[in-house]
Design a protein around this ligand. Structure first.
Ligand code: COA
Ligand code: AMP
Length: 632
């Protein structure tokens, strides 16, 4: 453990010196006045006074250093059959052209741009083009419905939207344009321009005066050899806003800055992931999630590695061997995905027959994150791939790992069920409800001593109050992660559950509160509760319990179907809301609090203690009966 301990202690003794050294690997237009300014922002700001540009670091500097011919993006889409490679030269040309289109659309430094796109290289180019001109992007995952997009439009108030005509899912083509038009209709804030990439799988109509054909506009700019320089921004200026689930239907706009983000991601590629520039790094996620932002787009490109944009699923596109084909074909040295993807592969191919068909000797490490990595899945992956399987823990808010096994420093002993140890930048502690530290191996709230590490959120978009009340108020001087768990005597962390109403479905973070808002809005529903129940494949699945208003004359089954449809329409297919159960009453405490934990234990067939404060214990058997009727 010597090497890691040395690095971690080095950081702890002098965090500013640590990050100042890490910052030497980034190109700055102007160096920082202060590495950390404790008086700025809510809890201080990193690299205050520095000027930089993230697109310059991710693209131009590699071209300027003579690596223009190096592959930047490998696009592999088993779902459509397309493959394409972009060198850093290509990426610069494309990004510059789209940046020109944005400028011509009236987008200026500081303006927001929403990106609503599937997993195609144009999504990466769109993010970089915004960064190039200092515009703030906000990517919205394609699996969200129009209503969710409208909520983000109203909050981010973008000047423009970059989108595509469609996404392609294994069972259907997802027409994006009607969703986009509906969202604009629903939103009170209207963007001035929509730049739409037409995919040949489904071409859409463009609205005159508002919509721009992405491809035609780009070609035009490339022919004109338009030069668009990278605009220097403050290191503390926002690079992007990424909305993530909170406990209500109003998502939280997590803000990422430019300077600290680049420094942290660059550091992580070398020391955490153990990658060398020029190697192929593959994060099998989606640009709509934080993993996609950090490890499909920014980290590999800032570092000068090659990233893979994969448009497919771990199974069914066409089979459970897709991941191995991609690794083999593109020389992937490290794969990063969610445990659920491995559970899906294991289910289809338990003996790893597909793995045997490919030479995977170039693969050095598998990284897992996004949800708890269950020991069975980790064991299976180790047995099959014969490489270290590294669980690491982080959140949209942090942008990079809080705890990991830093293979670029040393491979520490792997303990199944633990994402290993805190990374430099994070003083992680486990505290009880009173805010005092609990002993080793005892469960508690996982908190991080302020200040947060570079790259972590400085706040929520235009909402300091919510930032403070959600994360900083409960344990003064600490950031509350919302996760519960424990730390053993060796400093290994164990992340066990959330302390709030957030659930994790197939590595996707969802709010049960948001789903409850949708169910409660149904005219026949008197009250409801949504809980996350255990699922072998997706980790958790949402299950909604509803009590109907008296006098409702339709069958519960009809209403349950409507509720399932409603959540899909209002939140989106990604919510995977397929279980709605009508009950006569919800179990509550005498003070009227719904006993969600007990309902979850019943649904998961776990032993549970009768809550001492329960109002009417007979309701629990009614819940059991209702679940049994639904086959649960
Ligand atoms: N656009 C439109 N719809 C989308 C979408 C997108 N980008 N992504 C997912 N959906 C839809 C799916 O088609 C599915 O719809 P359906 O109800 O009609 O089948 C629904 O949303 C649920 O999607 P998902 O949870 O992904 O389930 P799945 O059954 O399609 O696939 C897995 C299951 C496990 C294979 C898949 O979830 C997976 O690959 N997970 C990897 C985890 C991951 O990437 N996590 C990101 C953080 S690291
Ligand atoms: P997201 O913001 O979507 O990345 O989700 C973050 C949440 O996912 C965390 O707060 C955890 O609850 C969970 N999570 C992410 N990675 C892990 C992990 N390695 N182990 C356990 N839980 C994880």
């Amino acid at each position: 453990m010597a090497a890691y301990k040395e690095v971690y202690e080095g950081w702890k003794q002098n965090p500013e010196e640590f990050w100042a050294n890490a910052a030497k690997k980034i190109s700055w237009h102007k160096p920082a006045d202060k590495i950390f300014d404790a008086n700025a922002g809510t809890y201080g700001r990193w690299f205050a006074g520095a000027e930089c540009n993230t697109c310059y670091n991710a693209v131009d500097r590699h071209v300027n250093a003579g690596h223009g011919q190096r592959d930047a993006i490998i696009y592999d889409s088993p779902i459509t059959g397309h493959k394409e490679t972009y060198t850093y030269n290509d990426l610069k040309m494309q990004t510059q052209a789209l940046a020109a289109v944005l400028l011509d659309s009236g987008v200026e430094k500081g303006d927001r741009v929403i990106i609503y796109m599937p997993m195609i290289p144009q999504a990466v180019i769109a993010m970089l083009a915004c960064a190039r001109i200092g515009a703030v992007h906000s990517v919205v995952f394609g699996g969200f419905a129009a209503n969710e997009l409208a909520t983000r439009l109203n909050d981010a108030k973008p000047k423009a939207i970059i989108s595509a005509s469609c996404g392609v899912e294994p069972n259907r083509i997802v027409a994006y344009k009607p969703l986009l038009d509906e969202a604009i209709e629903l939103a009170t804030h209207k963007p001035e321009k929509c730049i739409v990439f037409q995919r040949k799988e489904l071409v859409c109509d463009l609205k005159e005066g508002r919509d721009i054909n992405y491809h035609a506009a780009i070609v035009d700019e490339i022919e004109r050899h338009r030069v668009v320089d990278c605009v220097p921004v403050m290191a503390t200026d926002p690079l992007y806003i990424l909305y993530t689930s909170g406990t209500t239907g109003q998502p939280k706009g997590v803000v990422r800055d430019n300077g600290g983000h680049m420094v942290a991601l660059q550091w992580s590629m070398e020391y955490l992931y153990g990658i060398k520039p020029g190697e192929v790094f593959w994060a099998a996620s989606d640009v709509g999630w934080v993993v996609g932002h950090s490890y499909i787009v920014y980290a590999p490109l800032i570092y000068g590695a090659t990233t893979v944009v994969f448009e497919g699923k771990p199974v069914g596109t066409p089979d459970a061997g897709t991941f191995w084909r991609v690794i083999n074909e593109h020389n992937v040295v490290a794969l990063f995905t969610a445990p659920t993807a491995f559970r899906a592969i294991k289910k289809e191919d338990p003996n790893g027959e597909f793995i045997k068909k490919y030479d995977l000797s170039m693969l050095r490490t598998l990284f897992l994150a996004g949800e708890r990595a269950d020991p069975d899945t980790v064991q299976w992956a180790e047995d099959m791939l014969k490489v270290p399987v590294i669980d690491h823990w982080w959140q949209t808010e942090t942008g990079w790992a809080i705890a990991a096994n830093p293979v670029g420093i040393e491979l520490m002993p792997i303990v199944h069920g633990s994402p290993t140890v805190a990374m430099p930048g994070y003083d992680v502690q486990i505290v009880g409800a009173d805010g005092h530290p609990v002993p080793a191996n005892e469960m508690g709230n996982i908190v991080i001593k302020l200040p947060l590490a570079p790259g972590n959120l400085p706040g929520l978009w235009h909402n300091d109050e919510r930032f403070k009340s959600s994360y900083l108020d409960e344990f003064p001087g600490y950031y509350q992660t919302g996760d519960a768990g424990y730390m053993d005597e060796n400093g290994y962390l164990y992340i066990m559950s959330r302390t709030d109403d957030i659930i994790n479905v197939a590595g996707h973070r969802l709010s049960t509160g948001a789903m409850e808002e949708v169910l409660a809005a149904h005219p026949d529903v008197a009250e409801c509760a949504v809980i996350g129940i255990a699922d072998k494949l997706k980790g958790q699945l949402p299950a909604g319990f509803v009590v109907l208003k008296s006098g409702v004359d339709r069958t519960p089954m009809d209403i349950e179907k409507e509720l399932i449809k409603l959540v899909r329409e209002k939140i989106g297919p990604v919510a995977a809301f397929k279980i709605a159960v009508t009950v006569d009453r919800l179990p509550k405490t005498r003070s009227g609090k719904i006993l969600r934990g007990t309902m979850r234990a019943i649904a998961d067939h776990e032993e549970y203690k009768m809550p001492a404060t329960i109002d009417d214990p007979t309701i629990l058997s009614e819940i059991e009966d209702a679940l049994r009727e639904h086959g649960i």
